[in-house]
Design a protein around this ligand. Structure first.
Ligand SMILES: CC(C)(COP(=O)(O)OP(=O)(O)OC[C@H]1O[C@@H](n2cnc3c(N)ncnc32)[C@H](O)[C@@H]1OP(=O)(O)O)[C@@H](O)C(=O)NCCC(=O)NCCS
Length: 144
């Protein structure tokens, strides 16, 4: 999967001077924390209930994020296993002004495991789930 499957971001934030690194741009760890949260939201849209992050893979920082940028985190399903679910998160940033073109700044693939209250893996209850089902279609189904 190379592009997000929904144009509705899981998270949208403006980052602050406190989030910067020594170069004056946004610290990568701050972006990773939001990616982890956005990915967990995406995992829940596909049937996972209580998730823990087991792997963050293929994290690529394409461009720096600047203080004041509007930063959007888009999720998309990669695959669903028995107890695990892998999602992609694409991060776009743009100055917060009308007509600004967003730039893809970061992308990552994250795998979560659906767990019980004791932290043990449990199956994801989605018999009909297929990669490619978009979050927006899933949302429509949930609201019917
Ligand atoms: C996630 C955790 C519950 C998995 O426990 P486990 O004993 O390895 O479980 P299993 O071997 O049964 O694997 C469970 C699923 O995770 C997948 N998995 C395990 N390790 C993986 C890895 N490194 N990368 C991708 N998937 C992985 C397995 O393939 C399996 O998926 P499936 O059921 O869809 O086939 C356990 O490793 C854990 O608690 N890790 C810490 C999680 C955490 O605290 N995260 C926050 C980071 S601070």
């Amino acid at each position: 999967m190379s592009e997000p499957t929904s144009r509705q971001p899981a998270i949208r934030v403006t980052l602050l001077p406190r989030d910067t690194n020594s170069q004056g741009t946004i610290f990568g760890g701050v972006i990773l924390a939001y990616i982890d949260q956005a990915g967990a939201i995406e995992a829940r849209l596909h049937g996972a209930e209580r998730v823990v992050t087991v792997a963050m893979e293929k994290v690529v920082f394409h461009e720096p994020v600047r203080v004041g940028d509007l930063v959007s985190f888009y999720g998309g399903l990669v695959r669903i296993g028995r107890t695990s679910i892998t999602v992609q998160v694409v991060v776009e940033a743009a100055p917060p002004r009308p007509g600004a073109t967003p730039r893809k700044v970061t992308e990552a693939e994250i795998t979560y495991v659906n767990v019980d209250a004791a932290g043990r893996p449990v199956p994801i209850a989605r018999p009909g789930a297929k990669p490619g089902v978009t979050p927006s279609r899933r949302r429509r189904r949930l609201t019917r």
